[in-house]
Write a protein that binds this ligand. Sequence first.
Ligand code: HEM
Length: 371
Amino acid sequence: MKANYPPLYYSDYLKLDKLLSCQNPKSEEYEGKLAHDEVLFIIVHQAYELWFKQILHELDSVRDIFASDYINENNMGVALGRLSRITEIQKVLIDQLNILETMTPMDFLEFRDFLVPASGFQSYQFRLVENKLGLRPDQRKLFDKSAYYSRLTPAHQALVIASEEEPSLYDLVEKWLERTPFLKLKGFDFWENYKAAVQTAFQHDREIIEQNPTLAEGQKEMELAELSKSTEGFLAVFDEEKHNTLREEGHRRLSYAATQAALLINLFRDEPILHIPFKLLTTLVEIDELFTAWRHRHAQMVQRMIGTKIGTGGSSGHHYLRVTAESHKVFTDLTNLSTYLLPRSQLPPLPEEFRKNLGFYYTYRNDEDKS
Ligand code: HEM
């Protein structure tokens, strides 16, 4: 680094003159009278957009890391750190709504009409975040027949459409899972052993129901039928064809190989080499969960602010937002992996040779030296 750089002034570095002159309330411009809370409304939205920018910065760098065919361990740590940063930002995004809610619905009415047809629905950065995470266009719930980007400027539409074409974080993580070497266990059929353990566990559950003296015959039948249904869903993880049918029908998204790899990572999370992959998968689930929490929280705030009125962007408002909260999720299959987990005591033991490969080399060298 060069030693002599010109002295920097705080305000110039942050371009504060520019940044702080970007709050121009419409109430003042149109009516010559400032609606006091409009300043808060603008600043809260601007703060969101700045955080969206930061999330995109992190997302792009993590996608770059996962785009390579081989990811070294250092980069996995970096990717995990950046994804965890996203979750911390998301928590702030949820909390920020509390500040906005200090504005009462009547105060909002002082300037709401000036905003039409602008709405957070037109946040192109929010759409970029959704697409870069991996929300599929055909998964979107629309509130009218036009595309979700139809209300954006042509320049913003171009950005959003281009992001649909790029490999999303979801796509890249799926490919990475498919490449994991852990699935090939020499001389040990993990999946057959695991299947047997699962069948024993379900048999055990069946016996508990059958032998439960407090259940009437009808109740027993109902519970056994439920158990058969969940056993069948569970066993699909051992049947590639069935899995692929579920994918075609839209009930699953993750490929068969990626599902098996993710499951193995979850089951053997205690093995040192799987710590970071496990943390990574958990963080993706958390990102999904936090966006869903934000969506629900935003929908709740919207109901409080405008009741059942339509939004300034023209949607059914609160109702539309509730629907997107439930359906605009990306990593659902990773969340649902818990369906397939067994208690550690019921897992088939891994052959020692394989376990050694999952450990830290230094630890085992030490153990060998001792023996
Ligand atoms: C008084 C406060 C707010 C109200 C009443 C409100 C209302 C709405 C409504 C009704 C919609 C549905 C589209 C429409 O018809 O306009 C919407 C969408 C949206 N709003 Fe807000 N909003 C508020 C604050 C915020 C804030 C602070 C953000 C932060 C950026 C935000 C971001 C969004 C986003 C991203 C969408 C699109 C959601 C989707 O399509 O799934 N909103 N908002």
